[in-house]
Design a protein around this ligand. Structure first.
Ligand SMILES: [Mg+2]
Length: 364
C-alpha cells in the first residue's frame, strides 16, 4: 500500500485529552501490586490534518517536541509499510497509525498486510486476587467464581488467574494453598475452558514447582511469568512440564523485557509466547520485531492490561501480521471509548472491517 495520499495532509492540530474506562467491578491485587481499581484514566492524542482527517490513540508523556510537528506532512512522519519513521513523532505511534489508515480508508490491519486472521481467542484478564479483599473481611474463593461467571456472561470463555498470594499478601504456605485451591476450583467449574495462570514473577522456582505439582492435572494452557526469566530456572520448569503437562505453554516478556535475551531463550525452547506490552514496546516496534519472532517460531500475545483499547490494538497487529496466538481481554462496561465495532462472542473477538483502529472517542 503506497502512502501517496498521506502527502496531501499536514498536521493542523494535536490535542491532548484524558479518557476514562470502567471495569465492571473494582479489580484487586496481583502478586506484586495492590488494588487496581475501578478502571484507568488514559492520555490520548487526537491529530487533525489541514484537510480535516482525524486520527487518535493512546499517547503518553508530556507535549515536549510535539508542537513542532504541526505543519509537517504525514508522509514525512509515517510510512504505511513501516509505521513511524521520525523518532520525534514516536509518541504519536497509535494516533498516526489510526490517522493514516483512516486517510487510506482501510482498517489498520489491512495497512499492515492482512496476513493474519480477523478473529482471535480472547481470554479474560481480570481474575485478580479478590478472594483476599477486603482486608478486614476477605470474601474467600467464592468471589473468584462469581467474577468468572460475570465475565462469562460478557462473552469470555477462557480465564487467566493471578497467583502468587504468598509473595507478600499471605504467609507463603497459606498463599500457596490458596493459589492451588483457586486453580482447582476454576478448573472444576469450567472443565472445557482455557486456563492461564500469571505469577507476576512472584515465586521462586522451587515454590512454583510445588504449585505446579499440585495442579499438573489441570491442563493449564499457559504459565505466565512465574519467576524472573533465568535460564536455569526455565530449564527446570520445562523439564517438569515435559514430564507432567507437556501441552502447557511458557509465556514471558511482560515485565522489563530484554528482547535479545528473550529471543535467545525462545531459540532454546524455553519461552513459547512473548508478552511485551502493545503500548510499552510500541506499535511500530512490534511491526519491526514480528518477522524475527515468526522466523524463530515464537508466538506472541501482546500484554494489554488494563486499558480496553489496547486489546483492539493487539487484535489489529495480529490480523495484520499474523503470529498473535491469543488476546488478553479487559472487561469494560462503559467509558469515553466506544469499541463496540469489535464483537466478543463465545470467547472469540472479531475484528471489524472499518477504517483505522475502529474505536471512537465519545464526546466528553
Ligand atoms: Mg502478566
Amino acid at each position: 500500500m503506497d502512502g501517496g495520499e498521506l502527502a496531501a495532509h499536514r498536521i493542523a492540530r494535536i490535542e491532548t485529552r484524558t479518557v476514562t474506562s470502567h471495569y465492571p467491578r473494582i479489580v484487586g491485587k496481583n502478586a506484586r501490586r495492590g488494588v487496581h481499581g475501578p478502571g484507568p484514566q488514559s492520555q490520548v492524542r487526537i491529530i487533525t490534518t489541514d484537510r480535516g482527517a482525524v486520527g487518535w490513540g493512546l499517547s503518553a508523556g508530556p507535549d515536549g517536541a510535539l508542537p513542532a510537528l504541526v505543519g509537517r506532512r504525514i508522509n514525512d512522519l509515517f510510512e504505511p509499510a513501516v509505521g513511524v519513521i521520525d523518532t520525534a513523532a514516536l509518541p504519536l505511534d497509535f494516533p498516526l497509525h489510526d490517522l493514516a489508515a483512516r486517510i487510506l480508508g482501510v482498517p489498520v490491519y489491512r495497512m499492515l498486510g492482512a496476513a493474519g486472521p480477523t478473529s482471535f481467542p480472547c481470554y479474560d484478564g481480570a481474575i485478580y486476587m479478590d478472594d483476599i479483599l477486603p482486608e478486614d473481611a476477605p470474601r474467600g474463593c467464592d468471589v473468584i467464581l462469581e467474577n468468572c461467571a460475570a465475565d462469562w456472561a460478557l462473552g469470555y470463555r477462557a480465564f487467566k488467574l493471578k497467583i502468587g498470594r504468598g509473595h507478600q499478601w499471605m504467609p507463603p504456605e497459606e498463599g500457596l494453598r490458596r493459589d492451588i485451591a483457586v486453580t482447582r476450583l476454576v478448573r472444576e467449574r469450567y472443565p472445557a475452558s482455557l486456563l492461564l495462570v500469571d505469577g507476576n514473577d512472584g515465586f521462586t522456582c522451587d515454590q512454583f514447582l510445588r504449585y505446579l505439582d499440585a495442579v499438573a492435572d489441570c491442563s493449564l494452557y499457559w504459565i505466565e511469568e512465574p519467576f524472573p526469566e533465568a535460564r536455569q530456572d526455565l530449564q527446570r520448569l520445562r523439564e517438569f512440564l515435559a514430564a507432567r503437562s507437556p501441552q502447557t505453554l511458557l509465556a514471558d516478556g511482560e515485565a522489563s523485557p530484554d528482547i535479545p535475551h528473550l529471543i535467545a531463550l525462545a531459540r532454546e525452547g524455553l519461552v513459547d509466547v512473548l508478552l511485551m506490552d502493545i503500548v510499552g514496546l510500541g506499535f511500530t516496534a512490534w511491526r519491526r520485531w514480528m518477522p524475527t519472532f515468526a522466523e524463530i517460531g515464537v508466538r506472541t500475545a501482546p500484554h494489554t492490561w488494563g486499558v480496553p483499547v489496547k486489546t483492539f490494538y493487539a487484535a489489529q497487529l495480529g490480523a495484520g501480521l499474523g503470529n498473535v496466538l491469543i488476546l488478553e481481554g479487559i472487561p469494560c462496561v462503559a467509558g469515553d471509548l466506544d469499541g463496540s465495532a469489535y464483537h466478543l462472542a463465545e470467547g472469540v473477538l472479531h475484528v471489524p472491517d472499518a477504517p483505522g483502529f475502529a474505536v471512537t472517542l465519545r464526546d466528553q
